[in-house]
Ligand binder design. Structure first.
Ligand code: ZN
Length: 241
């Protein structure tokens, strides 16, 4: 038994198999790049990928998961709806979800949001400046007023999401667009964080500030005690009627 927070990093892991540009940036796969800095930060980390049985997200794995990180892009449609149902159920019962970058279009993120989660995008490697707007929020701890990524994919408004409970970061792009790039929601007993940086052909998960945000988000999203059920028929009123 460990008292470390348990993070499962899920990656579609398809670009890494087919695209030399991505292999050059993430030779071990995006999931292992993320798992590496999370382990160094002291978390208990496991990884799971699309092509494993049950996409690596068995009940046994999810039972050992405080926070699930999700990276996907080209194969969202291959994720089995039964696994999406299962992951949603775990989130509603207290597991944290961190959806990264193109996971805005993942089945699980769209399920948790209930909207299209569509956005505008442009891939020319422009500079991104990420502004902290929720000053003092735990996810911003140790992150300055802003930080910059020299080359990023532009994700722009309008981003079709429900109003975030807390808007943590807004990104500005050199081309003039802006984007709500760090957003928090509560869903049932679970916490959901969307964080936009992370295009597969840029070494964005090696950026210290990006790592800092994801580490902070794991602490924020983890629920240590899952609540017992408080639902159902209550035949006896508390007061005498
Ligand atoms: Zn991308």
């Amino acid at each position: 038994m460990t008292d470390k927070l348990r993070v499962t990093v899920w990656n579609e892991n398809r670009h890494e198999k087919t695209d030399a540009d991505v292999q050059a940036v993430y030779p071990e796969g995006i999931h292992n790049a993320i798992a590496g800095f999370l382990k160094r930060a002291g978390f208990s980390v496991q990884t799971a990928t699309l092509d494993e049985p049950e996409h690596g997200l068995t009940e046994a794995v999810l039972d050992q998961t405080d926070v699930l990180i999700w990276w996907g892009h080209m194969a969202h449609g291959e994720v089995d709806d039964a696994i999406v149902d299962r992951v949603q159920n775990y989130i509603l019962n207290g597991m944290g979800l961190i959806a990264l970058h193109s996971a805005h279009f993942s089945k699980i993120f769209k399920r948790m949001m209930g909207t299209t989660c569509n956005l505008r995008w442009r891939q020319i490697g422009e500079k991104e400046r990420i502004w902290t707007v929720a000053v003092g929020h735990p996810i911003t701890k140790g992150v300055g007023q802003f930080f910059e990524l020299p080359h990023a994919e532009m994700y722009g408004e309008f981003f079709d999401i429900p109003e975030p409970d807390v808007l943590v970061f807004i990104s500005w792009f050199a081309g003039g667009d802006v984007f709500r790039s760090g957003c928090c929601w509560q869903r049932g007993f679970g916490r959901v964080f969307y964080f936009a940086p992370g295009h597969e052909t840029y070494p964005i998960y090696e950026d210290e500030n990006v790592q800092h945000v994801i580490i902070n988000a794991c602490h924020w999203a983890a629920v240590h005690e899952r609540p017992a059920s408080q639902f159902g028929h209550v035949p006896e009123p508390l007061e005498r009627l």
